[in-house]
Design a protein around this ligand. Structure first.
Ligand code: KG4
Ligand code: ZN
Length: 380
């Protein structure tokens, strides 16, 4: 049994988790997550220094809590896995410093983890490829979202959850990663072996959701609010641009779509035309999802993959989950979608990577670990 204490602080969630695994499965011994949503809602976005201060405030209590809940002590931990990047430097530094300090005090190795690797593994190890079952699974392992009052960390849901170690036949896999900071298509040839096939040239998909949500005067963070509004709208009401669909590469670009929606709204308002915000939301969401699906399809046509993976914050979008499910069925390819509770940032996913990285001896000294605002996943 290998036991990993994992820490995630790349943006606006402080996550600490303990996972252990053997040759067949990985279990979550305990997990805690403190969301900073109510703090960043005041400024309408993440202020890096405010995020860092909040990470500092909660990281020690969360670490103590998961150790207590797992009924484990320093001697039981084999290594500390920590997100070293990419992300906000002041935020990353807090998690890296916490991991570094524990590694020094406990004389343990550090496993540096790339944030996107975490998102990939949250889906790769998902128990089920059923879109509907994900809801149930998500509810069962919900790692304590402290969204109502982040000042008072609540008790974690410590129900241990098993993740089966995937057979090597899941590879090569194609991952569509859609988050607030990233939109990427990644080929995974084997454990921890990545090749970036395409990525966004400007805004990430989640960022575009958040910006359009702000235009529609929806609360922060916009993505989930926009997708809830879109459910009531007509996705054919407006025809927004779907950039780069005919380009010969697998890159994305969403800034043109954002401008298209911005000008459409401006013109509607100038002409005093009545319009339904839900129609704008639904049509925008349709444009983004069409683009994601088309590019994924293009990647699948280029080479043969065994598994299709969807992960990252935007993977919580129900329409996207369904559309990718349809694509997987059409293409007769296995599907792994991150459970809803693991779509957003969390430390369980960092622990999952940590387990495989430990097996591959990706271990460094506390002296050598550094936060990196930008880091290529291929170099991990
Ligand atoms: O992975 P994540 O938690 O943080 C980053 O690593 O960036 O992703 C957060 C992003 C935000 O932009 C948020 O608005 C978006 O995921 N998001 C959604 C939905 N839920 C979260 N976007 C669209 N539909 C959703 N249901
Ligand atoms: Zn993320």
């Amino acid at each position: 049994m290998t036991t990993i204490l994992a820490i995630e602080t790349s943006c606006d969630e402080t996550g600490v988790a303990i996972v252990s695994g053997d040759d067949t499965k990985i279990i979550v011994n305990a997990a805690a997550l403190a969301s900073q949503i109510s703090i960043h809602a005041l400024t309408g976005g993440v202020v890096p220094e405010a995020a860092a201060r909040e990470h500092v405030r909660v990281i020690n209590p969360l670490t103590k809590r998961v150790l207590n809940e797992a009924a484990l002590a320093a001697a039981d931990i084999d290594a500390l896995a920590v997100t070293i990047g990419p992300g906000l430097m002041p935020a990353l530094t807090i998690g890296v410093t916490a991991a570094r300090t524990l590694a020094y005090a406990w004389d343990k190795p550090i496993i540096p983890v790339h944030h996107i690797e975490g998102h990939i593994y949250s889906a790769l190890l998902a128990a089920s490829d059923e879109v509907t079952l994900d809801h149930e699974q998500g509810a069962k392992i919900s790692p304590d979202k402290l969204s109502t009052n982040p000042r008072v960390p609540k008790k974690t849901n410590s129900t241990p959850v098993d993740f089966m170690i995937p057979q090597s036949t899941v590879f090569p896999a194609l991952a569509l990663i859609v988050s607030g900071g990233h939109t990427m298509l990644i080929k995974i040839s084997g454990h921890l072996n990545y090749e970036v096939l395409g990525q966004t040239r400007d805004d990430a998909a989640g960022e575009a959701f958040d910006k359009i949500a702000r235009l529609l005067e929806l609360p922060y963070p916009g993505g989930p609010h926009l997708s809830a509004l879109a459910q009531r709208g007509n996705s054919q009401a407006f025809t927004f641009t779907r950039p780069m669909l005919n380009s010969s590469n697998l890159d994305f670009s969403f800034s043109g779509l954002k401008t298209n929606v911005l000008y459409t709204l401006r013109d509607l308002k100038l002409a005093k035309t009545n319009y339904k915000p839900e129609d704008v939301a639904a049509s925008f969401q349709q444009a983004i999802i069409d683009t994601l699906i088309t590019k994924t399809k293009q990647a699948l046509a280029r080479e043969s993959f065994q598994t299709l993976i969807l992960a990252g914050g935007v993977a919580a979008n129900i329409v996207l989950r369904k559309r990718l499910g349809q694509l997987a069925r059409e293409q007769k390819i296995n599907l792994r979608i991150a459970p809803l509770s693991l779509c957003g940032d969390n430390a369980i996913m960092i622990g999952q990577v940590g387990f495989f990285a430990h097996r591959k001896n990706r271990l460094i000294s506390w002296r050598d670990v550094d936060a990196r605002a930008r880091i290529n996943i291929e170099t991990m």
